[in-house]
Design a protein around this ligand. Sequence first.
Ligand code: UTP
Length: 286
Amino acid sequence: MNKVRIAVVPAAGLGTRLRPATDAVPKELLPVGGRPAIDWALEEAAAAGIEEVIVVSSTHKPAIESFLSHSRRVRARFEGLTAIAPGEHSIRVRVVFQNEPRGLGDAVRLGWHAAGERSIAVMLPDELLLGGPLLLRSMLEHHARHGASIVSLAKFSPKEIGAYGSASLAGPGRSGTMKIDGFVEKPAQGQAPSCYGLTGRYVLGPEVLKVLEALEAPIASELSLTTALDACASTSGLLGIELIASDRRVDVGSWPGWMEANIATLGSLANKPPVRGHSDARSTAA
Ligand code: UTP
C-alpha cells in the first residue's frame, strides 16, 4: 500500500496567455465561481484524501501567499497550526519558491524536494475539475494498489492535440487504465501518436523525480515534465487514465476556458450566502 499524502501545486508560471490581467493578478487567483482558481485545487486535494499541499510560488506573486494565509480552508500555514473550520475541506499548506519560471518540470522538482523522496500527486491549478475529486481519488487508489505512476489523459481533436503532450499508447493496463510507452510534446499536425493528451493531474513515484534530477534544461529554456514522463514511460512504465465527461475539466489558463468555468459555476455562486467580513461583525455587535 503506497498511500500518497502530499500534492505539489505549481503556481509560479508567468500566465502570459491571460495578460494583461495577470500583470495585476496571478492567474491562479483569478476568480472562478467567486473564489480563486487555486482554491478549487485545494478543495479537490482535501476531498481526495491528500493531507498536505506544497504550493510552488514565485516572489513576484506575493498575493498567492497572502490568499493562502487568509483562506479558511488552509489548516496549517507555513507550519503554524490554526483553527479548522468545522465541516470544511481543510488542508495543510506549505509554500516554496521558484526563482525563475524555468518550466513545469523544474517547479515540480522544487516542490518534490520539499515533499521528500516519496510518491506525490501533482495538480495544475489552472485546470479545474468541476466534477470534483473522483478522478484524483481513483488515480491515488491505482497508485496505492499497483505502485505505478499514473497520469490523466483527455481525448483531443487533431487540431487541439498540438498544444499538449500526446501519449503513445502500448495497450490496456489494469482496471481500465492504458499503458503509455512515450510522449510527443506539442506534436506538429499529423505527427501525434494518439489523440490522447496529458492533462493536469498526475500521481508520480520517486522514479520520476530521479529522471527530473538528471535532466538538464536547455540553456534559456524550460525543464519539461513531459520529457521526464517520456523517459519514465520507456523505462519504469507509466499508466494513463482517461477523463470522463462528469470530471468536467476546464482549462482556466485561457480566456475561453476561464469564461466557460465561470458560466458553469454561476449557479453555485447564486446560492452562496455572503461571507461575513469585519464590518459585518461590527454591525452585528452593535
Ligand atoms: P502553464 O504553462 O499552463 O502556465 O503551467 P504558464 O506558463 O503560467 O502559462 P502561460 O503559457 O504563460 O500562459 C501550468 C502550471 O504550472 C505553473 C503555472 O503557474 C501553472 O499553474 N508553472 C509553470 C510553474 O509553477 N513554473 C513554471 O516555470 C511554469
